[in-house]
Design a protein around this ligand. Structure first.
Ligand SMILES: [Zn+2]
Length: 545
């Protein structure tokens, strides 16, 4: 065959893999099936164009294809898609020393003079082959003048001249060039093709490896076979004969896949302390690489149909990661972005799906208690609302009013009575005189603010009119006073020992609010309690007035 087959022993080992395994025939070309098929058909039907343009990512096989195509055209048996490999032309082509195959790198020879020299060469017939082939690499680098000079020859070259232009950036080529060439677009080589090729090479080289390690290498190579092979060269040296995921990870600066597994495990188990440890541990890594590795990890789990990652959760994770990439693109602090990723992911595991919500609603309304045990899903626990004592809250309100304004506090304490607090409605009876009414009106915004602050933001105040005359009130008060003395147990104790719904501020008996009018109110046991509670203070104030 060619140079690669003739090399043996140590010499063979020392050669870089990209050169050693450079494909010499179309069937050895990796990942560009449609292109090789078209070229094979063109060669076998002898329908050759005078100018080809190969465009695509670096390391996707453009130069290799150009060389194979050239050999196919110069072979004594050719033009053929299966060159004989034994004739002089084939051998010279394989050894890259064919006099009629002229390679030029437009990145270094981009001026008009270089193109003039090339055009000059086209005037002479080929030496030994039937064609004279010009391969111009990175053709987009040519100057405008150089392109113009090339144009005419490209359009109507002598019949023995063939051009193969290669570029990574076809958009930079003038339309006039594009229209004069047969364009082949080389696609990014798939990860699977690259991994297969790597394992094929390692088997030939008798080197053991872990599949995971090859996948990491191919991810790092980003679809460029040449770059991946260069990495494989490094990995062979670095891992001393056995290519495992851990050493490849540390060589490329990637996370050990084991660690990624642990990170996602901690996220799914909502283990915050562990996550914080990871955030600190990962400070030395590049956030962008970590995020890419997370994406690759999730992709794999998704394709494996890992039950821990529902499609909804995967979608949320992907969104978080892509947002993080955008942030990094905007030059956000990388450590911060990574922390954000971790904690957003933690949060994402807490969000319920609509199905879960419906289920939990159904369960909460279902009378069968057993079903509650059925779902072990980790739902974030809400702190239970402790029933709050209304009297305490009301006292707090009074204290706050005093703090703000003594006069308002006094007025409130003496002329306003607590009735109830239910369904976010604070009912009060006001028996304020004109002076007090004025004070209260003046301070209404403060009162509203404090009520909202103490009883809750949605609380509304309901002021009930005082429908009793002063004497009646006083009489009543005295009766209450006596009763209170008879009843040795304090109001507070009662509240604590009795049915919690009657003392709780979050009780929600709607029927009660309807009755809170007129004299009925006074018969309400709850009001009796409240009055008893406020009575002692009321009397003290009365004395002051
Ligand atoms: Zn041949």
């Amino acid at each position: 065959m060619g140079i690669s087959k003739n090399l043996k022993g140590k010499e063979k080992m020392s050669q870089v893999l990209a050169l050693k395994y450079r494909p010499s025939t179309f069937d050895k070309l990796i990942g560009q099936d449609s292109i090789t098929q078209t070229l094979t058909a063109a060669l076998d039907q002898k329908r050759l164009s005078h100018a080809y343009l190969f465009s695509g990512l670096r390391g996707s096989g453009k130069t290799s294809t150009a060389r194979i195509l050239s050999k196919c055209m110069v072979c004594d048996q050719g033009p053929t898609s299966k060159p004989c490999e034994v004739c002089e032309n084939c051998q010279m082509a394989n050894e890259n020393r064919h006099i009629d195959i002229i390679e030029m790198d437009a990145a270094s020879s981009r001026k008009i003079d270089d193109i003039r020299a090339l055009i000059e060469q086209t005037k002479y017939k080929p030496n030994s082959a039937r064609f004279k082939i010009f391969i111009i690499d990175e053709v987009h680098m040519l100057t405008k003048e150089a392109f113009n000079a090339l144009l005419k020859t490209l359009e109507e070259p002598p019949e023995y001249v063939k051009f193969i232009l290669a570029t990574t950036d076809p958009l930079k080529l003038p339309a006039t060039i594009l229209s004069r060439t047969q364009h082949f677009r080389f696609k990014k080589i798939s990860k699977r093709d690259i991994v297969n090729h790597l394992s094929h090479i390692l088997n030939l080289e008798n080197i053991e490896y872990e599949q995971e390690a090859l996948e990491m290498l191919s991810r790092s190579g980003e679809g460029s076979l040449r770059d991946t092979l260069t990495l494989l060269d490094q990995a062979i040296i670095y891992s001393k004969g056995f290519i495992d995921a851990k050493s490849v990870a540390s060589m490329i600066g990637l996370l050990d896949p084991q660690v990624i597994d642990e990170i996602f495990d901690a996220i799914l188990k909502n283990n915050r302390s562990k996550i914080i440890e990871f955030v600190q541990e990962l400070e030395n890594y590049e956030s962008e690489i970590i995020i890419d590795e997370f994406i690759a990890y999730l992709k794999e789990r998704f394709f494996e149909e890992d039950i821990r990652f529902s499609s909804l959760l995967t979608e949320r994770f992907f969104r978080i990661l892509s947002e993080a990439k955008n942030l990094l693109f905007l030059n956000a602090d990388s450590g911060f972005v990574l922390s954000l990723v971790f904690f957003k992911m933690l949060e994402a595991t807490n969000i319920k799906t609509i199905d879960e919500l419906i289920n939990s609603l159904e369960k909460s309304t279902s009378p069968i208690k057993e079903t509650k045990k059925a779902i072990p899903t980790p739902v974030q626990k809400m702190p239970k609302k402790e029933p709050v004592d209304c009297a305490t809250l009301y006292q707090k309100l009074l204290n706050s009013l005093y703090d703000r304004n003594f006069e308002v506090g006094e007025c409130f304490k003496t002329k306003v009575e607590f009735v109830s607090f239910q369904n976010n409605e604070l009912s009060l009876i006001s028996c304020a005189d004109e002076k007090c009414k004025k004070t209260l009106r003046h301070a209404s915004s403060v009162i509203k603010f404090l009520v909202k602050d103490i009883f809750g933001f949605d609380t509304k105040i309901k002021m009930l009119p005082c429908d009793k005359k002063e004497e009646e009130l006083e009489k009543e008060l005295k009766e209450k006073e006596n009763k209170a003395n008879e009843n040795s147990s304090s109001m507070m104790e009662d509240i604590e020992t009795k049915d919690p719904s009657s003392s709780s501020c979050i009780a929600s008996d709607l029927s009660q609010t309807k009755e809170l009018n007129g004299k009925d109110i006074l018969n309400d046991p709850f009001i009796q309690k409240a009055k008893e509670l406020f009575n002692p203070t009321r009397i003290v104030i009365k004395q002051k007035v």
